[in-house]
Structure formats: structure tokens, C-alpha cells
Design a protein around this ligand. Sequence first.
Ligand code: PHB
Length: 386
Amino acid sequence: MEKIRIALVAAAVLCAPFATAQTATKIKVGLMLPASGAYASLGTAIENGFKLYVAEQGGKLAGREVEYARVDDESDPAKAIDNVNKLLKRDNVDVLVGTVHSGVALAMAKVAKETGTPLIVPNAGAAAITGSMCALTTFRSSFTMWQPAYAMGEVVAAKGHKNVVTITYKYAAGDESVSGFKEAFEKAGGKVVKELNLPFPNVEFQALLTEIAATKPDAVYAFFAGAGAVKFVKDYAAAGLKKSIPLYASGFLTDGTLEAQGADAEGLLTTLHYGDGLGTARDNAFRQAYTRVYKGEPDVYAVQGYDAAQMLAIGLNAVQGDLTKRQEFAAAIERAKIDSPRGAFTLSRSHNPVQDIYLRQVVGGQNKVIGVASKALADPGHGCSL
Ligand code: PHB
């Protein structure tokens, strides 16, 4: 027995330097994204974008080879804590990247803050992530729900519409999208006359579309994304509403969905921090590289994934890959200008992008950028005291 014990200890000692060298060289990135459910295609685009940037750096960031651990979060908030703990405890990741759904991301932000794990959120727009739950090493490469929604409130008011019905999923992302829209629209003299919603990821829109038809507003504002967005745009047109009541939305309604929406999406006006046809050298190079590797066109989610990797690289380079230097890691990202395909952006004090919100129109199956709805729009970051 004693011999076995000595042999085990000796083996552990011999293995120890090897294990340390391994962790010192590789960096393990935990990707927590949806690979199934209504937001699956959004998760894929984010992962593609993230991996494209890392591949462009030769698979290494700050000299450390990047390794991935993945978990399918199914966009299910009830499983979020377990899923993030799988990455932290089972896979021992150094960094968390995720996710799409705000309800899931809020749980990630809580665990990341409690454990001091760096987190980069490549989509989810709930305000609290870079508001009341903000943390030294929590960053967002995407947006808050408020940003494109507020910009659209101004656009719809400027069109002369007075009465609007809103429709969305009943969870943080939908609620905050509607409140951002309402804030700008009502400040400009409009009135939100009815707020309709349904539980995520339900796609039985018929009763709500009948209610819109009966209410006869001047316009409708919607937040849907992924599979729900495809079905909503098709059902809105099939109900005959597209001809009579103009539909406006944050750009999630038509990003990554146009092929499936077809003619039913043509002409729609949306606001978002990315779009087609920007025509800058940076965006052209990104789009060519993305299309070469993945064979399809990139969308806003791919850009957010790509920029999450850029932000991680900036932080890691500043500390020569040493993530124990948390202050310096965070400070480097805080003062950076991120060279994004969407256009360069900086981060607010609460670590959310300060960015242009474009006005886009669906033309020929593309989200064509037709103007800037709001220049360098910063989320207020309420409740964050970094
Ligand atoms: C969110 O839940 O925050 C969310 C999901 C999908 C989007 C945008 C935001 O396209």
C-alpha cells in the first residue's frame, strides 16, 4: 500500500511541472452559446466570427495557443448556472465568451463577477450586464437593447407617426427594447398605445396580429430575432398588415434571416450597429475573409464574435498573456479603439460599445445601410460604479 502511495506522489510531482507549463502556454476560452433552439444560427455566427479572428492571429493570442471548450446553452435561462459551471469547473476555462439570450447572459455575468473570471458578451443586450452587474473584467462587444431601439424611436417619430403598437418576446431583451423605443418616441411627441408580447420562443403570432389589425396604429415596432423573426415577418405579411401598417424594428428582425424571409422582408426599415454595403476597407476585408472560410455572408452576430476576440487579444497582449494582471488587462480594453468591421468603436465607462447606429433598409435581400440614425450612441450604463 505504502509503495503505491509513494509511486502516486512521485507521479504527481513529476507531472506537476508539465501541467503548469501546459496551462502557461495554452489559453482556454469557454464558448457558451446556443447550438440548438430559436437562436442557434446566431450562436454559430458568433463562434465563426470569434474563431476567424483567432485564426487570423495564427491560432494564438499573446503567444498563447487558444483552445476552446463549448457548451450549448439552448437559450435556456433555467440551465444557465449549471452550464457556466461546467465551463468553469469541468473544463477549467480561463475566459468566458457568451451568450445570445439576455436571461442566460445575466446568469453568466453574475458567476463571472463572483469568480473574477473575464467575460466578453458577444450579443445579449440586457442593460444590467454593463449596468448594475458591471465588473472589472466584464465587457460587451455588442450593444444594449436600448441603443438601436432608442435610435428607432427617433426615426419613427421623424416619419410623423403618432400612435404605435409594440410587439416582442416577454423577457429582459424584449422589455428593454420596447422601453428604449418608447423613451425616444414619446419624448418626440408620439404615443405607444399598446404593448403586446408573448413568451420566448413561442411563434403563435396570429392572435396578436389580429389585435394589431383591430387597433389600427400608424405603425408597429418589433423586437424578434432568429427563428422567431423569420416567422413574425412572414406572418405579418401573410396577415395583410405589411401593406397597411408600416413595421419598424431593431435590426435583429432582419439580420441573418433575410434568405428565409424573402420578399416579405423587402423594404423594411431597421436600426442597428452594422449593416450591408458599408464599403469600408476594414469591412470589405472582414467580409471576404469570412465568406472564404464559411461560404456564407457575415451578419451582425459574426461581427460581434469577431470583435469579442479582438477585445480579448487587446487585453491579453497588454499583460503578455498573464491573466492574473486583471487591472492591466481591463485597463487596456477600456482605453482601446476597437478596429471593428462595423466602424471603430470605444467602450463606455461601464464597458459597453459607444457606436454609430445605422438606418438600414431591406433592398434586394440585403440590409442596406442608408444613413446613420444616431452617431456615437452611448448607453447610459445606469447603476454601474466602476
Ligand atoms: C437578447 O436576448 O439579448 C438578444 C437575443 C437576440 C438578439 C438580440 C438580443 O438578436
